[in-house]
Unconditional design. Sequence first.
Length: 221
Amino acid sequence: MNWKRALIMAAVNLAAAVPMILLLEARDARLLRQFELKSALAGQPGALRLAGLDGSRPPRLLAVQNGQSVTFDPCEDWVHYPVQVEVVYFGNMPVASLVGWRLACRPHWTLTGWLMGKTDSGPPRRILALRRRIDAALCVLIFLQWIVVAGLPLARRQRFWTQPGVLITTCTVIAAFLALIRPVEGLAKLPTLLAGFAWIWWLIALVLITIRFAWRRVVRH
């Protein structure tokens, strides 16, 4: 276990993810203030429930009129996510998938699905509070993920800079930098995509190494 390398890689990836998360939380808070202001002006607080606070789509509303409610299911639509979500998600694909982070429609077995349900619905302040808790949990998991990935490389004889983790980290840092510059944030999609492919490469290599290890154990015994 190379602790020095693991801590450096974990710190770098966490430093790339935190600004993206804080930016998204700021957008959530701004949308919440706008929603509460519109509700107050309409004189019907509590008549509407807002979802999609991350700005990934126009706010989805559950309207209550004459005792009847009209809902919109985000699982049936094509979702456009902010580039900041894509940077964090594809840069940390294993833990982000387990958490179901910022997905408009997530499986029930993910952390977000367990805490918030299949989709974002309910009082906006409750959604915002739960999202902040999930963001904090994701940061902890990102740090632990890179401790494992960087500290226990798949091939010990492989040069450090040729490992998939280095490529993922490099792409994520570049994408995070671009995503912070609004006029060019769309350029972050290319390194983000490369990071996603590198994670797929890493996962395939992990499966193959595990199968080879298990086969050798069977043959040996």
